[in-house]
Design a protein around this ligand. Structure first.
Ligand code: ADP
Ligand code: MG
Length: 245
């Protein structure tokens, strides 16, 4: 049975999953109410899937990484269970932060991306950026007179993922903008970041100790710090790649 009028109305109401399935599912049911519930469930599932897909696209992950492909046996020092608690998004609703620190190649960006992906599927608005790209963006916005708009855009994110803080030293102007951003998010929105620097060396990238301390204070006050250790995965796996003839 087909109903052109119903199809038109379903299209108008943007009930795409019901439109797609109402004929096929009809045969599976004898009672109208379970039939309707079945269709509504399909619609909800489809919307969740579409929402997740849109959030993942908006997050701009550099690569798609998952927890499944992360070998925790290589990070024996890492409190795995404590880190995994963050993947259910509780820290985002509590407006807490997460800091992943350690040397290059030990999986910090991998975990940051995997975390971001998990948060997208749980309905959180996420954005991935490197610290350098974020600061360039803020500086450009300041020059263009659009800084407040840029801050408002960032403020709509539930979690801002900042990769590679500490790789390059910041100018005073950049530090001030970063400090402002971190202060705005403090106790309101979450930040998850990776850094190659232990806190005592943050003064190397910030223009003075006071600013470094102020930034660290705000990040760590309601935050968890995870120290990654070990040898670079890039170096370790390099010799194992198939050799070209
Ligand atoms: P970092 O951000 O700490 O410099 P990355 O996350 O970029 O390191 O890791 C470098 C590469 O090694 C990536 O391809 C990543 O997926 C992989 N990698 C690092 N650690 C692990 C691990 N424990 N298990 C699986 N892959 C890993
Ligand atoms: Mg990295």
């Amino acid at each position: 049975m087909q109903s052109p009028l119903l199809e038109l109305q379903l299209r108008n109401l943007k009930l795409a999953a019901i439109l797609e399935n109402y004929r096929a599912r009809l045969g599976e049911h004898t009672e109208p109410l379970p039939y309707l519930c079945d269709l509504i469930e399909l619609e909800i599932a489809k919307r969740q899937e579409n929402g997740t897909r849109a959030r993942i696209a908006a997050a701009h992950f550099p690569t798609i990484k998952t927890l499944e492909s992360f070998d925790f046996a290589l990070q024996t020092q890492l409190p795995k269970a404590k880190l995994l608690e963050h993947f259910d998004g509780g820290f985002v609703t509590a407006h807490r932060n997460l800091i992943l620190s350690g040397p290059p190649g030990v999986g910090k960006t991998h975990i940051l991306c995997a975390l971001g992906l998990a948060l997208c599927t749980r309905g959180h608005r996420v954005r991935f950026t490197t610290a350098a790209a974020l600061l360039m963006r803020l500086i450009a916005a300041k020059r263009d007179g659009t800084l407040q708009r840029e801050y408002r855009t960032l403020d709509r994110l539930d979690v801002l993922l900042i990769d590679e803080l500490g790789y390059i030293p910041f100018e005073r102007e950049a530090t001030d903008l970063l400090f402002q951003l971190i202060s705005q998010r403090y106790e309101r929105r979450s930040i998850a970041l990776t850094t190659n620097l232990p806190f005592e060396k943050w003064t190397q990238v910030f223009p003075d100790e006071m600013t470094a301390t102020a930034v660290i204070d705000r990040l760590v006050h309601h935050g968890a710090v995870f120290a990654f250790t070990g040898q670079s995965h890039r170096l370790r796996t390099r010799g194992k790649e198939p050799k070209s003839a």
